[in-house]
Design a protein around this ligand. Structure first.
Ligand code: 3SL
Length: 239
């Protein structure tokens, strides 16, 4: 049976980088990068290029891409989009390509690119991602993007939700981080928004007046689209 491991911070990545080419990795940045990417696919984007650098992302404008950049929660000046999932509307993104850079999410994606398959997941495509992982069948690393190498509650909660679902599908784990994430989720699954009230990124949302993104990010299973890396581009398929 395939095994689940959880990476609670990118700073611990070196402990998991060996053998990654035989594993699946799920990138988790539920507030907001991986939710935004999933919403872009729900709304018809063709593909997304995720870059760690603002400068590199901007070069895609000349190739006809919409360019999107966020740093510290704020849209970078001169870009078409920031990182609010609510801005990735069907009117704007259907049939388009997007180049995106964010503070933590796209960095994590770039770190994991050696993996056999890299998935991008959020609460919105939780069950679809669990099914896709199970169809693939290789061991998985749940990679929490965190905040600037720090642990965060929201990504850990999601890792717990996904791991809990995978265990019911016959997966196994012997990993303390995975057990901790599952406990965090199972103790709070009935009150996700209330539990996250004290999270530092939710406090940041309040300061930036972007609280309305929270409900979008915590919507469970609104999408059957799974998102994965193919030839350096994120693409989607509907299960
Ligand atoms: O860190 C990231 O990648 C972003 O998701 C952060 S924010 O929600 O846009 O502030």
């Amino acid at each position: 049976m395939p095994k689940i491991e959880t990476l609670l911070s990118p700073a611990l990545f070196h402990l998991h980088s060996e053998g990654l080419e035989d594993k699946q990795v799920v990138i988790i940045d539920v507030l907001r990068a991986t939710t935004t990417v999933v919403v872009a696919f729900e709304n018809g984007v063709d593909h997304v290029v995720a870059s760690a650098s603002v400068k590199d992302t901007l070069t895609y404008r000349d190739k006809g891409y919409l360019v999107a950049a966020e740093r510290n929660g704020i849209m970078v000046e001169g870009f078409d989009l920031g990182n609010s999932p609510q801005d990735y509307t069907p009117e704007l993104v259907t049939g388009r390509n997007i180049a995106l850079t964010t503070t933590n999410g796209t960095r994590a994606l770039n770190m994991a690119e050696e993996a056999e398959t890299v998935w991008v997941a959020s609460f919105r495509n939780l069950s679809a991602t669990a099914e896709a992982l199970t169809q693939n069948g290789r061991d998985v690393l749940l990679f929490c993007a965190g905040w600037k190498d720090r642990f965060n509650m929201e990504d850990t909660l999601f890792a717990g939700a996904l791991a809990e679902q995978l265990l019911t599908m016959g997966w196994t784990t012997d990993d303390d981080a995975t057990f901790a994430a599952i406990d965090l989720y199972s103790q709070n699954s009935h009150r996700l928004e209330a539990f996250l009230e004290k999270a530092s990124h939710v406090q940041r949302f309040k300061t930036l007046h972007i609280e309305s993104d929270l409900q979008v990010c915590l919507k469970i299973d609104s999408s059957r689209t799974v998102v994965y890396l193919q030839d350096d581009k994120l693409v989607g398929k509907t299960l």
